[in-house]
Design a protein around this ligand. Sequence first.
Ligand SMILES: [Zn+2]
Length: 365
Amino acid sequence: MDQAVHTLLVVLALAAISTAAQVSPPASDIKSSSRIDSHVHVAPPPDLFLKMLERLNLRLVNVTLIDPHAPGYDKTEPQTSIVSKLTGESRGRIGWASTFDPAGFEGAGFAETTIAHLQSTFDKGAVAVKIYKSIGLDLKNKSGAYVMPDEPAFAPVLEMIAAQNRTVLAHLAEPKSSWQPLNPEDPHYGYYKANPGWHMHLHPERPSYESIIAARDRMLAAHPKLRVIGCHLGSMEHDVEEIATRLDRYPNFAVDTAARVVNLMLQPREKVRAFLIRYQDRVLWGTDMMELAWEKPDAAVHRWETAYAREWKYFSTAETLTAGGRRVQGLELPPEILRKIFHDNALRWIPGLKNASCCGGLPVD
Ligand SMILES: [Zn+2]
């Protein structure tokens, strides 16, 4: 080949590579476009917080839940009334997920009453329905057996959610370490020390980790048209391979990262990176950030902003962070994958978020 032609081809090839690289926006542009935190718990916030959401161009999915051991959160009200109004009050920044009380599942008319309740929440703009770990770990039937996620009484309710094109946010089971003795090395050590009621190692009479995950899997198989987002990496936070197995097996299943990014940080970087690239359409960014009192709004906003910056740094840069006393390198995911995890996947898996009437008419970019 003529040297001049060869040089020209090399130049053209380099130009093509550089053009291709420019097709995807740099990470900084993703940050300035909107991100959706698909899993938070917030009481009506002060304007300071709404300004932060606008400044960071963030939208949130505010999740209600029923915890029979948490006064004020042991019934659907007053959460539903308070949270459903927030979408408008937040200028469309805060969508919401409703829930239902599973405790009466053996009563006559449970399905009809629950379906009517959920329909009323959908009419008020709920885009998803949360089910909570009390199913599997706490709720018992009349004969004293623990009730599992594939309990037949829940089936008509799940089918209705699918028919209404809503999504289930399933927080089922706990991190696997809940069934093990307290271990200061475990990222969830502090939680189980402070919440012995959810530390399953202390409650050997409760169902095993494996039996709850298996029941969750049977629920996924029984309702193939129901979109289910497994909260907290689907309680398979200890190994991305466990998540991959379920994502391969159940096309209706995705996971959020809420409160489990630390578990990703502690697994081998290349393994986690390959997992997120392979399953780039099935992972939603969520944090589980919580603010129910707003006693010190400045400090709270600072806490949220710091947490958001840390997670963004981990996913988008190759910089070093500290997690569990270890130094961890960020994943530096490509911009197009960041965009899916931080934005597009929320809209795909929770399509109600695209509905302007639910979300204040904000343009969805
Ligand atoms: Zn949560």
